[in-house]
Design a protein around this ligand. Structure first.
Ligand code: NAD
Length: 359
C-alpha cells in the first residue's frame, strides 16, 4: 500500500538524522511517497515564517509526518514552533517509549517504560505576562483582589491551565494504549498535594477513567517522589501518564536511564494525525558534522511505521537497530565507552550498518 508522509528535515542536526531515518525506512521495502516541507529556522530564512501554512496543510492532508528537531529563535517574540504545531493540529498526546536495548551503554538494564505526556496545556499553554508590562500589573492586581494573596510587583506570570477535557483524553489514551499493547500498570504523576485545582483535577479525572479499565493496575505518584523512584527502581513502573511540564522533565530522565537522548524516540498524536520525532533537539553545535546518533530518529520511524499499520516493516527495522547495537561496532560516539573513542562511526555510517541488516 502506498503511504504519503510529510517529511520535515528541521534545523541543526535535523536534516542529517532525518536523512538517515528516511533511508532506513525505505530499506524496509514500505511504499512511501514523501512530501518534503520546511518548518523552523530553515522555513524562516526561505519564507519569512517559522511554520508556513503549506507545512500545516501537508500534515493535515497526509495525516502522518516524520519531523526533525526545530529551532525557534530566542527573543524577537517568536512562539515555540513545536508548541504551535502541537496546539494547532491538536496533537494532544506525546508518546515516548523508553526501552533499554541491553547493548546500549547504560547504568540500567531491562527498562521498558512508556511516557504518555499531555501536549496542549499546563504551563506550556503559552499564557505569559512579562514583568513590568501594563497587562501584567493588571493581572497581578486582579489576582490579589480575588485571592487576598500578595504577588511582588516585579514578577512575571505564567498561567497553568489544566482542563477536565484534556486530562480525560490523555488518561484515556494511556489506558487504551495499555490495553492494545497488553501493558499492566498505569501511574499518574502529579503534584496534587500543592496544586489542588490543576494537578488535583488531573488526578481525580485519572482515577475516574481508571475505573473503566479494571484489568489494568492504576496508581499515582507525586512527581518529586516519582523522579527519585525512577532512579532507584525504574523496573517497578510501566506506563506513566503526566501533565505537560512533568512529562517533559520525566521523559528526559527516562532517556538518561536508557542511554541518552540519542536513543529515545517519540510521537505527537491527535485523533487523526501523528507527527513522529526524536526527543532530542537540534544540537546546533553538531550541525553538519555527521557525528550524532541517528537511532532516536530511526526508532521514531519505527513508531511511525506501526502508526500506519506497517507492523512487519516496523519490527524488521527495530530488529536491525537492535542487531547493530548488539554488535557494538558501527556506533556513534555517544554509544561508545568513551566520547573520544576512535572506533566511533558517523551518523550516515551507523544508518548504513542498520540498512545492511535489512537486506
Ligand atoms: P539538544 O537535545 O539539541 O542537545 C542537548 C545535547 O544532547 C547535545 O549537546 C548533545 O550532546 C546531545 N544530543 C542531542 N541529540 C543527540 C544525538 N542525536 N546524538 C548524540 N547526542 C545528542 O537540546 P538543547 O541544546 O536544549 O536544544 C538545542 C535546540 O534544539 C534549541 O533551539 C531547542 O529549542 C531545540 N529543541 C527542539 C526540539 C524539537 O524540535 N522537538 C526538542 C528539544 C530542543
Amino acid at each position: 500500500m502506498l503511504h504519503r508522509v510529510t517529511l520535515i528535515p528541521g534545523d541543526g542536526i535535523g536534516p542529517e538524522v532525518v536523512r538517515a531515518a528516511k533511508s532506513c525506512i525505505e530499506a524496509t521495502g514500505v511504499d512511501i511517497r514523501w512530501d518534503e516541507v520546511l518548518a523552523g529556522q530553515t522555513a524562516l530564512e526561505k519564507y519569512g515564517q517559522l511554520l508556513p501554512a503549506e507545512t500545516l496543510d501537508s500534515i493535515r492532508q497526509n495525516k502522518v509526518a516524520l519531523k526533525g528537531p526545530i529551532i525557534t529563535p530566542v527573543g524577537g517574540g517568536f512562539r515555540s514552533v513545536n508548541v504551535s504545531l502541537r496546539q494547532t493540529l491538536d496533537l494532544y498526546v506525546c508518546l515516548r517509549p523508553a526501552k533499554s536495548y541491553s547493548t546500549v551503554k547504560t547504568l540500567y538494564k531491562n527498562i521498558d517504560l512508556v511516557i504518555v505526556r499531555e501536549n496542549t496545556e499546563d504551563l506550556y499553554a503559552g499564557i505569559e505576562f512579562e514583568v513590568g508590562l501594563p497587562q501584567t500589573k493588571k493581572i497581578i492586581a486582579t489576582i490579589e483582589k480575588l485571592t487576598q494573596k500578595m504577588i511582588l510587583p516585579d514578577s512575571g506570570i505564567s498561567i497553568k491551565p489544566i482542563s477536565k477535557k484534556a486530562s480525560e483524553r490523555i488518561v484515556r489514551f494511556a489506558f487504551e494504549y495499555a490495553t492494545k499493547f497488553r501493558r499492566k500498570k498505569i501511574t499518574a504523576v502529579h503534584k496534587a498535594n500543592i496544586m489542588k485545582f490543576t494537578d488535583g483535577l488531573f488526578l481525580n479525572i485519572a482515577r475516574e477513567v481508571s475505573r473503566n479499565y479494571p484489568q489494568i493496575i492504576f496508581e499515582d505518584r507525586i512527581v518529586d517522589n516519582m523522579a527519585m523512584q525512577l532512579v532507584q527502581k525504574p523496573w517497578d513502573y510501566d506506563i506513566l501518564v503526566l501533565p505537560n511540564l512533568y512529562g517533559d522533565i520525566i521523559s528526559d530522565l527516562c532517556a538518561g536511564l536508557v542511554g541518552g537522548l540519542g536513543v529515545m524516540p517519540g510521537g505527537n498524536l491527535g485523533d487523526q494525525i501523528g507527527v513522529f520525532e526524536a526527543v532530542h533537539g537540534a544540537a546546533p553545535k553538531y550541525k553538519g558534522r555527521n557525528i550524532v546518533n541517528p537511532t532516536a530518529m530511526i526508532l521514531s520511524g519505527v513508531l511511525m511505521l506501526r502508526y500506519i499499520n506497517e507492523d512487519k516493516a516496523a519490527k524488521k527495522l527495530e530488529d536491525a537497530v537492535i542487531e547493530v547495537l548488539k554488535e557494538g561496532r558501527s556506533l556513534t560516539y555517544d554509544l561508545k565507552p568513551s566520547r573520544d573513542d576512535p572506533t566511533a562511526v558517523g551518523t550516515q555510517e551507523m544508518a548504513e550498518a542498520i540498512i545492511s541488516k535489512l537486506k
